[in-house]
Design a protein around this ligand. Structure first.
Ligand SMILES: NC(=O)c1ccc[n+]([C@@H]2O[C@H](COP(=O)([O-])OP(=O)(O)OC[C@H]3O[C@@H](n4cnc5c(N)ncnc54)[C@H](OP(=O)(O)O)[C@@H]3O)[C@@H](O)[C@H]2O)c1
Length: 290
């Protein structure tokens, strides 16, 4: 058992659950449910932090429904911004804080396009059209990348080998729809990338073990269109994609030119994330389950 004592919020989610599955029994990990630790409630955070000790906090917890956030802006901001404020306010001074973030802190527009490097300037939140994007951008602004306790880990379109029941990921979702003949038309002009969830977990444990701070991008090294990424995956699984319909992205609802450039992170962590094609091939080779 390693000496780190890690508090994980959002441990029941798509990404956090993989981290718990891999490291929950190898490390001293606390993974409270939201009814034990509600990051949006300052008293809840204060009480929990007063009663427990830990060396690291990984904050996966977030309001993550991008579309619903447009209708529930206050709720989204309360969790994603207020939650980080509460954690930082009550974080013991020696504790390492790792905030999980997203490419959506950037606009993905033609005049400020991805793939974004770790040192790409964070835009003013007013430049972002989506409440979710604004909330994650505002949360990052609460952290100080120069602070020797703070780390920001950005990911994009996380995908894993297993279907995550409540929320199929970026490859499981379209596959399921394809199988039942209900696949939506795919964007031919939206550029994005993938993050392999096991790579996210492995990178996080390195960041924790080495006490690293600053900004990290855990992502494939290249981007592709939504159409290319999904059709290639379906083809690799033996499906006929000739009848799949295409459409154009609405840049008010989605990043058009997204993606993260992970080159500095790979060097710093000694990791190699590969291309999105490599990620798809790894998923299939390792026994992707629909
Ligand atoms: N999925 C993506 O496409 C994506 C892309 C880029 C970045 N990210 C970021 O990655 C992180 C993890 O995302 P995910 O996809 O794993 O999210 P997810 O599956 O929606 O899980 C979110 C987790 O946060 C918990 N949570 C929500 N509100 C909370 C609160 N007030 N207090 C404590 N816990 C709370 C949820 O618990 P309940 O389920 O019990 O509410 C759940 O465990 C998030 O920070 C997200 O912004 C995700």
């Amino acid at each position: 058992m390693n000496g780190e004592k890690i508090l994980v919020t959002g441990a029941t989610g798509l990404v956090g659950s993989d981290f718990i599955g891999r490291y929950g029994s190898k490390y001293h990990v606390s993974a409270p449910l939201p009814n034990e630790l509600d990051i949006a409630s300052e008293p809840s955070v204060r009480n929990y932090f007063a009663a427990h000790t830990f060396t690291d906090v990984v904050n996966f917890a977030a309001y993550t429904s991008v579309s619903k956030a447009q209708e529930e802006a206050q709720r989204c901001l309360k969790v994603n911004v207020g939650g980080v404020e509460n954690i930082l306010k009550h974080l013991p001074s020696h504790t390492h804080f790792i905030q999980i973030s997203t490419e959506m802190v950037f606009p993905g527009t033609a005049d400020d396009r991805g793939p974004y490097a770790e040192n790409h300037p964070l835009p003013d939140p007013d430049r972002l059209t989506l409440v979710y994007s604004q909330s994650k951008n505002l949360a990052e602004r609460l952290l100080d990348p120069q602070n020797q306790r703070h780390a920001i880990v950005r990911i994009n379109s996380p995908v894993g080998p297993k279907r995550f029941p409540p929320k199929p990921d970026y490859l499981h979702g379209p596959l399921e729809r394809y199988i039942v003949g209900n696949l939506y038309p795919l964007f031919i002009d939206q550029w994005l990338s993938l993050s392999l969830i096991p790579d996210v977990s492995e990178s996080l444990i390195k960041i924790i073990n080495e006490g690293l701070t600053g900004i990290f991008h855990i992502s494939a090294t290249n981007t592709g269109t939504a159409y290319n990424i999904i059709t290639r995956f379906l083809q690799k699984l033996g499906h006929d994609t000739s009848q799949i319909k295409t459409t154009s992205v609405d840049p008010n609802r989605y990043l058009q030119y997204g993606g993260l450039n992970p080159i500095r992170t790979q060097e710093k962590l000694g990791m190699s994330y590969g291309t999105w094609q490599d990620i798809e091939d790894r998923l299939i080779k390792d026994g992707f389950t629909a």
